[in-house]
Write a protein that binds this ligand. Structure first.
Ligand code: TEU
Ligand code: CA
Length: 568
């Protein structure tokens, strides 16, 4: 009896201790049992380019804070802020010199706390970018590591002797061009950097690195951060023997030999590590989003973890990289991620690839095509991650002169590879100078199209891309079938029109997307779904609802989007 009482007491104490130690914890699931991130719309913010509060030409934390109303009204539930930590900015923040602070150019930790507090009031969660593969050489860990072969942090990075004088330890090539090894004369060894020379790789085989990095995540979770986007997570481990990679024919855009990154990309150890990082995340009900560049469904499936114990949200770049408006190819990629059994994560653009507006646009119907893309990735089963400005139809603005290039990839690859500046230009708020981003000259120039494609103007125009996004996001938040329904492909042989059902209990939403520039006729026989006599109630369409017709005889304008609820 006393024993039982003691047990109960112990459980009570344990529960209250849990409540005390995790103040950041929010309600983890909705009444239907879904984790919060399954019903959330994520939005990537490149802080240098979102809004400049102090008019120095560079966006900042206060700038984000000032636009939370806009994000809430748009229908955003979580923002992922790309790195805003102290950094020499060799790779615009992806070279971190202190994981537990904010770079003065972006503000202070205090500004961050304000943002976190205001975001909470707007029901917007914050996701930070975790650059876990590498640091800046200015990080105190690296400075100590480089200082002597016996330093405390020596083994926190990957140091090796060359094969011979002037010859690096192996043939590995950096993603930013040239050898992935940098000779350091202080200790006469090479250090490994998959990315720029200013981004030395951490040695994740060292438990001290692992612990320090896990503590970094706790630091932010305790500040109210709801999760992390894991940068370049494929690359955490290297072959202990550092074997040469197999060389392929030809050269890449940066002029280096093509190779298979057999010994430094997606090693099995990555998965063991992710289960540990996940355990820390679970202490705080946090979500992990992966920058996972997978080549096939097996690789993508692995990232969810054998017991769903790795990354909850691995981004599906196979979908993102379809790179043409093709119903067939999107249908195949949707089936591919659906077949993993995991919760899909759809992205159509980010700060590393040309804007979707240009990649999918035909140069004539770009606004219509932007709506088709939105009509797809915001109605599929899964979580979408938007890229800032996508909702406006922002376009790429590539540099035209080498001297204007900021991105190290563009500097190394000019003129064949112009780098990533074009997709990182300032957010277009209105049609005043610098698109309302800043009163000072912005760090990157806005494209001329800001005059028509900006928040203020598009809010006024009922046919704008922005207004379409707003309607679509509102639908997505309210239609149970769009939130929780399954995905059923329809009319699967159609090369021009992508159609599917999202079904939930007695509800179904039908999505029909004309991916061609021609009028299309489609018909659906939904008797197998028990919806043969269902009446479609139009929810959203880009053409007159009456001109569409009925489900057994539909007529679609070029690049039309048609979304309807079907009820039995
Ligand atoms: O990207 C990792 C990555 O694989 C990219 O470098 C990609 O190959 C390249 O951008 C193609 O254009 C992440 C970040 O998203 C990127 O911005 C950083 O430069 C990189 O890591 C290094 O931290
Ligand atoms: Ca600023």
């Amino acid at each position: 009896m006393l024993g039982t009482f003691k047990n109960v007491l112990f459980i009570l104490v344990a529960i209250s201790a849990l409540a005390i130690t995790s103040p950041a914890q929010k309600i983890s699931s909705d009444p239907r049992g879904h984790e919060w991130w399954k019903h959330s719309v994520f939005y990537e913010i490149y802080p240098r380019s979102f809004a400049d509060s102090n008019n120095d030409g560079i966006g900042d934390i206060k700038g984000i804070d000032a636009h939370l109303d806009y994000l809430r009204d748009l229908g955003v539930d979580a923002i992922w802020i790309t790195p805003c930590y102290p950094s020499p900015q060799v790779d615009f923040g992806y070279d971190v010199s202190d994981y537990e602070n904010i770079d003065p150019m972006y503000g202070t930790l205090n500004d961050f706390d304000h943002l976190a507090n205001d975001a909470r009031k707007h029901n917007i969660r914050i996701i930070m970018d975790f650059v876990l593969n590498h640091t800046s050489p200015q990080h105190q860990w690296f400075r100590d590591s480089a200082s002597s072969r016996n330093s405390k942090h020596r083994d926190w990075y990957i140091w090796r002797d060359g094969k011979a004088p002037g010859v690096p330890p192996n043939n590995w090539i950096s993603g930013f061009g040239g050898s992935a090894w940098q000779f350091d004369s202080t200790t006469s060894q090479y250090y490994y950097h998959f990315f720029a020379v200013g981004q030395p790789d951490l040695n994740w085989r060292n438990p001290a690195v692992e612990n320090a990095m896990f503590d970094v995540t706790r630091f932010w979770y305790k500040r109210g951060v709801a999760g992390f986007r894991l940068d370049a997570v494929d690359l955490l481990f290297e072959d202990p023997e550092l074997r040469d990679n197999p060389i392929l024919e030809g050269k890449n855009d940066l002029g280096d030999p093509n190779m298979v990154n057999k010994y430094n990309d997606k090693l099995p150890e990555v998965h063991t590590e992710l289960t540990k990082l996940r355990m820390v995340a679970d202490e705080y009900d946090a979500v992990l989003i992966g920058e996972t560049y997978t080549a096939n469904r097996e690789e993508l499936k692995e990232y969810y973890g054998g017991r769903n114990d790795e990354i909850q949200m691995p981004m599906d770049f196979m979908f993102c990289e379809v790179n043409k408006l093709s119903a067939r190819e999107f249908r195949a990629q949707i089936a591919n991620v659906e077949s993993t059994g995991g919760w899909p994560v759809y992205v159509i653009g980010n700060h590393d690839m040309a804007r979707s507006y240009n990649r999918y646009g035909d140069g004539v119907h770009n606004d219509q095509i932007a709506k088709v893309m939105a009509g797809m990735y915001l109605t599929l089963r899964g979580t979408p991650i938007m890229y800032y400005g996508e909702e406006l139809g922002m376009e790429n603005n590539d540099p035209v002169r080498k001297e204007d290039v900021k991105d190290p990839i563009g500097i190394a690859g000019w003129p064949g590879e112009k780098g990533r500046d074009g997709e990182r230009t300032p957010m277009q708020w209105n049609d005043s100078t610098n698109a309302g981003f800043s009163q000072a000259k912005p760090w990157l120039p806005v494209p001329a199209s800001y005059k028509t494609h900006n928040v203020a103007r598009e809010l006024e125009d009922p046919n704008s891309v922005l207004r379409f996004y707003k309607q679509l996001l509102a639908l997505r938040h309210h239609e149970p079938a769009l939130l929780d329904g399954d995905y059923l492909a329809l009319d699967q042989d159609n090369p021009d029109v992508l159609s599917y059902l999202r079904r939930y209990n007695n509800d179904a939403v039908l999505v029909v997307l004309n991916m061609s520039g021609k009028q299309q006729k489609v018909r659906f026989d939904l008797s197998a779904q028990g919806l043969a006599s269902a009446k479609p109630i139009t929810l959203l369409t880009t053409q007159g609802a009456s001109s569409v017709g009925s489900i057994d005889q539909m007529s679609l304008d070029p690049f039309a989007v048609y979304i309807a609820r079907l009820s039995r």
